[in-house]
Design a protein. Structure first.
Length: 95
């Protein structure tokens, strides 16, 4: 799958994550797992190491997402302009 498609999907999921607090915990978790899967795919394409395959949950998982997003930025993705890391997602605790 082209990175442009993955980036578009990541933007879409990021928007959903920012507005899914009214949904069930299971639905929210599904959205976050899908977001993490896209981050893993993009990391693989850009050869960026990550721990998103691990067993971390809650705050630890949120920190790893932020770290991975920072790595994507360091790899040349501008979070304000690049489709690789759309802006606006705040970490969400896992219930």
């Amino acid at each position: 799958m082209p990175i442009e498609q993955l980036a578009a999907d990541l933007r879409r999921l990021r928007a959903i994550l920012g507005s899914d607090s009214h949904r069930s915990a299971a639905h929210q978790m599904g959205n976050r797992l899908a977001y993490d899967k896209l981050l893993r795919q993009i990391c693989a394409m850009l050869e960026i190491e990550h721990e998103l395959d691990g067993d971390s949950i809650g705050f630890e998982r949120d920190i790893e997402r932020i770290r991975v997003e920072a790595e994507l930025e360091r790899a040349g993705a501008d979070p304000e302009r690049s489709p690789v890391r759309p802006s606006g997602l705040e970490p969400h605790p896992v219930a």
